[in-house]
Design a protein around this ligand. Sequence first.
Ligand code: GCO
Length: 463
Amino acid sequence: MDTSTQIPYLTRLNSLTRDMQFPPDFVWGAATSAYQIEGAWNEDGKGLSIWDTFSHHPGAIRDNQTGDIACDHYHRWQEDISLMKSIGLKAYRFSVAWPRIFPQGTGKLNPQGLDFYQRLVDGLLSADIEPFITLYHWDLPQSLQDQGGWPNRDTAKAFVQYADQVSRVLGDRVKYWITFNEPFIVAWLGYLIGEHAPGHKDRDEMLRAAHHLLLAHGWSVPILRQNAPHAQVGITLDFYPVTPASSHFADRYAAWLQDGYRNRWLLDPLVARGYPPEVIQFFNYPMDFIQPGDLEVIATPIDFMGMNYYSRQIIRARDRENEDFTPIPLPPPSGSEITEMGWEVYPQGLFEWLTRLTYEYRFPAIYVTENGAAYPDNPDDCRIEDTQRIHYLREHFAQAWRALQVGVPLKGYFVWSLMDNFEWSHGYTKRFGLIYVDFKTQERRMKRSAHWYRQVIASGKLD
Ligand code: GCO
């Protein structure tokens, strides 16, 4: 069935997007992460990660689900590569599970863990799919958390050893390296809000964790370049346009603070601007964990910025009249489209951030390393007609195309996610995949969006 007959806005968009041609070398991909798909949590010498521990705490995850099995990708990776091939993906972004490589975080290496990623990389290359490795997508070895985790500076040193080891072995075959995925989320949800592993609620831990994540990144950039001679090295941050709730000065200032806290806190140090001073001052942060030379290390130039984009935030000041500028997030405006996560669909924000990263921050290359949406898919459809996901992706791809027209050095785009998977504290209740996974049988089925994406990739245009 033609989706445009079902949904009027698709018809409208079809006529607008007829000529949206992408460059022939545009890297169309899909992304996943180790803990969300691999399963095999205690196999072949793997050590425990903080997510193994956290997800086993009763009440931590929706319905007490865990990533013990997840998509069982550790055993089904060949089938998964075949599916990638059917979609026609040019690239695949995945993460390496640190506790498979160093079960205790440092020290004794587990060669079986490395072997898994060698097989995966070789399989991808022989299917003509470019591997993009993320070294850290949140699954810290538990033994490093036992020694303090990211708030402890030694964890950053351990990361460098791990990055060195992985890139020594895979550096001859893997060109694209992403040090960290969303370090803000690691520090904020993990150490301040407690919604993610390790579940702590401590402001100082959050600040230290964020700093050490950046430091680990900066230290490992030259090592990756040394071990992978043609390496392109970057980092992935999550970005949100922040819109003031009104034009009142207090709301605008609160939005600026939120932008500093949520976006620029990690972005500005990466480009040698240091931590945003207005945020430090407003929240009265102690910055005593910064040692001489740290900011220079963090600002080591990178080859590309990875951008994860999902939605925006609308912010008001806590108390306008009494000049309390504390940023308060508001729900999406009434009538706006939202995804199953409750996130407002705001495609123009992708354009806003791509242009900002280009013209304000001057990154030489940018990849959208994640973008996608959760919607309730109906498995009883023999074809899973996920028209809302197609609509979401089409609208965002169109903004990427717009950005290319104004000179943004956007090189590629990774849909989140290749397949339905373990969505952190939401367990298996939120499906982001292009591929439907039946978690009881592990059967995979391409959704309509995967077929649609295959056509976009094959033609290089939105039609
Ligand atoms: C993130 C992560 C992914 C999520 C995705 C959907 O951005 O939170 O990189 O692991 O699954 O973003 O929430």
